[in-house]
Design a protein around this ligand. Structure first.
Ligand SMILES: Nc1ncnc2c1ncn2[C@@H]1O[C@H](COP(=O)(O)OP(=O)(O)O)[C@@H](O)[C@H]1O
Ligand SMILES: [Mg+2]
Length: 266
């Protein structure tokens, strides 16, 4: 695998600087600026339809913002045009630094768990079959499924399938892991074990995590930085303690699960 140049120690993992994105006249992101420190866990809260997934797609260059900069370890992804071959190569190199656990992150049902986790390695590396097998075993052990390689996704519970998706997301040993609503669709106990898994992977592998959720308990448990996105604007962003103690109305409404407040149900 090609090595990435080591960024200087104070380069943040991610910087968004005035990022805006509209679809037609629908403004989805409105001048969003934030910094994600290396090896931190940033949790972005927000009601449905406020642009959280769009934000993630801008980070990996799957969507290009209309304005603003998206710096990943200091490199501006937003400037890269996937239509231009040179930019495309550059974009893929940056994208390789991300592991992605998509919201609807389905596994390939006709492949075994082991083949699912091996898939990104087969696609993006020239590792030998033996090396891939060893890495698959390592990744599955890390997510607590050391004996699942030969099983099919349909034989696993929802929580286990999420773990396999996690193993696949970290297969290429990314620097940044993006998790789009990892606990959605899971019962509270499974969701809690997934939170613990994020904390464990963060501790043992030293990756940077960006986690999108609308679960405030999850944010309080795993985040060191919390943001709240509402109507395309970052209404609050800061260290966990500061945000949890904030009396910002939109934030309080979100944490108190109230229908009264600045966040309007549409
Ligand atoms: N490719 C697209 N084209 C048009 N509208 C889109 C597109 N992607 C997202 N949107 C719209 O942007 C808004 C935010 O979407 P999204 O980021 O998925 O919300 P969420 O915060 O629930 O993840 C939604 O209104 C959605 O319909
Ligand atoms: Mg979403």
């Amino acid at each position: 695998m090609p090595e990435h140049p080591a960024p200087s120690d104070d380069t943040p993992a991610i910087v968004l600087d005035g990022v805006s994105k509209a679809f037609g006249s629908h403004v989805v992101l409105d001048k969003v600026s934030l910094t994600v420190r290396k090896e931190s866990i940033m949790v972005m809260l927000g009601p449905s339809g406020t642009g959280k997934s769009v934000l993630l797609r801008c980070l990996v260059g799957l969507l290009r913002p209309d304005a603003g900069r998206v710096l990943v370890f200091g490199e501006d992804v937003a400037r890269l045009d996937p239509e231009r071959p040179a930019d495309r190569k550059h974009l893929f190199r940056i994208r390789r630094r991300f592991g992605m656990l998509f919201q609807d992150g389905a596994l390939f049902d006709d492949m075994t768990v082991g083949e699912n986790v091996a898939f990104p390695m087969r696609m993006h590396t020239d590792l030998s079959g033996k090396e891939i097998k060893a890495r698959v075993a390592d990744k599955l052990a890390r997510v607590g499924l050391p004996t699942a390689a030969g099983k099919f996704p349909s034989e696993l519970s929802g929580g286990m399938r999420k773990r396999v998706a996690f193993a696949r997301a970290i297969a290429l040993e990314p620097d940044i892991v993006l998790c789009d609503e990892p606990s959605s669709g899971l019962d509270p106990v499974m969701a809690a074990t997934l939170d613990e898994l994020i904390l464990e992977l963060h501790q043992t592998l030293g990756m940077t995590f960006v986690v999108i959720t609308h679960d405030t308990a999850e944010a309080a448990k795993i985040a060191d930085t919390i943001g709240l996105l509402s109507k395309g604007q970052l209404v609050t962003y800061g260290p966990r303690e500061q945000v949890l103690g904030s009396d910002h109305p939109a934030l309080r409404q979100f944490f108190e699960r109230s229908t009264e407040g600045p966040i309007q149900v549409v």
